[in-house]
Design a protein around this ligand. Structure first.
Ligand code: NZQ
Ligand code: ZN
Length: 385
């Protein structure tokens, strides 16, 4: 096992009647900005509950955060925050709203020029407005981590940043509110959480059995509970299990002491930036292609995954690796998530664009052991044409 530091300060409130608790978590003197997306919080009861809980607080509302939140919209919020001296943010919605709040919180206090540098140059965040979260969509894990992913319309780019300043102070997880999700978003959430686990688990063995078994437990739970939540998003128990699985998939626990990959995400972000494909769908395209490309290098973990998660015990090693890749693809497709570039109208021109972008940025050895070279990226995407 590798050395590691683990710190996760996010207080979680989970369940049906937790929103009223936020009034005890925010100072009464706070000037709050309530940040939300395109309006789902008005339909799933979250807005009314928040207004009720915070009836004695000063609130400015900022709606319109888009899926794949943009720098451009976030900077409009920053202007208002500076003007009104807002000192607490409350993000209510899915991962996009939460990620936007993280960026807005950091950008509002940024003193080194254009806050885009936090994303494009990895300029470290040195301060952030405190913020809380009400999560209505299980998927990203952003509710209990320090990451944020922001897109910029003007440059057609999508970058992530990570900072200890970007942990929420608290997160309320509301499986009930997630009951209004359209099925395609539930499917996205299952696949995103699944691939988060894979990015931390499916590298090479480092004798870290507890991390491996935590990871496998999350994968198996997603396989068992995900389809129930997909079939009926209002099934509270299934949604609650999906929501907690998605949080556990990316809150830092299973990455302790093990190598990570994350190159599926890096490639996926390009497909979103260039074609607007939903985040999870980009992962479902890239993952099988990358596994086919790196099947030898990742072979030991692919075999372990096949055996422990899918009960694949018969056949040669090659056959078992094929079966593990096929089972994964079938699982994604069973949730209505297509796994080929052609399913999204993407052609080989895009592959060349992505490879060139990685070369220009000197991203020559991404992921697990630097195995995701521009050439491996090309090969992985060609497998999925
Ligand atoms: O905008 P509203 O009206 O709120 O509608 C949203 C949006 O249209 C809707 N929605 C959310 N909760 C709902 C609901 N509709 C009905 N009922 C509810 N309860 O769902 C749509 C998608 O929401 P979005 O927030 O975009 O989805 P998700 O949570 O999947 O977030 C995706 C974003 O997170 C980033 C992705 O790149 C993408 O930008 N990620 C963030 C990560 C992180 N911070 O750690 C890790 C991930 O790998 C990922 O990259
Ligand atoms: Zn993801």
């Amino acid at each position: 096992m590798k050395d590691f530091e683990f710190h996760n300060p996010v207080k979680i409130f989970f369940g049906k009647d937790q929103i009223p608790r936020i009034s005890t978590q925010i100072p009464l003197s706070a000037k709050i900005m309530l940040i939300y997306g395109g309006g789902s919080i008005f339909k799933n009861g979250v807005y009314d509950k928040v207004k009720m809980a915070l009836k004695d607080f000063q609130i400015t509302e900022f709606g319109g955060i888009e899926p794949n939140p943009t720098y451009e919209t976030s900077m409009k919020a920053v202007e208002i925050i500076r003007e009104k001296r807002i000192d607490f943010l409350l993000a209510a919605g899915g991962g996009s709203v939460v990620d936007a709040a993280k960026f807005i919180a950091a950008a509002a206090l940024y003193e080194n020029g254009d806050p885009w540098k936090i994303l494009s140059e990895n300029d470290p965040v040195k301060a952030s407005i405190p913020f809380g979260v009400i999560l209505t969509l299980p998927a990203t894990g952003t509710e209990m981590n320090k990451n944020s992913v922001i897109s910029r319309k003007s440059t057609v780019e999508k970058f992530a940043f990570s900072s200890p300043w970007s942990f929420p102070l608290f997160s309320v997880l509301t499986p009930e509110a997630a009951g209004t999700l359209p099925k395609n978003q539930v499917a996205n959430g299952i696949v995103d959480a699944f691939v988060h686990v894979i990015e931390q688990y499916l590298t090479y063995p480092v004798n870290a059995p507890i991390q491996d078994r935590f990871a496998e437990a999350i994968l198996i739970t997603l396989i068992e509970e995900g389809p129930k939540a997909y079939a009926n998003p209002a099934d509270y128990d299934a949604m609650a299990n999906l929501m907690w699985s998605a949080t556990m998939a990316l809150n830092g626990l299973i990455m302790c002491g093990v190598p990570g990959d994350w190159s599926v995400h890096s490639i996926g972000h390009e497909l979103t930036a260039l074609h607007g494909i939903d985040h999870a769908r980009t992962l479902a395209i890239v993952l099988p292609g990358l596994w086919k490309t790196l099947r030898k290098e990742k072979g030991q973990k692919l075999l372990q995954y096949g055996q422990r998660v899918w009960n694949i015990t018969e056949g040669t090693e090659e056959e078992r690796i094929n079966a593990a890749i096929n089972k994964t693809t079938e699982f994604f497709e069973s949730l209505g998530i297509k796994t080929r570039l052609s399913d999204y109208g993407v052609t080989s021109d895009t592959i060349e664009k992505i490879v060139k972008r990685f070369e220009d940025r000197k991203w020559l050895e991404l992921g697990d052991r630097g195995l995701t070279t521009p050439e491996a990226t090309r090969k992985a995407l060609e497998f999925q044409l």
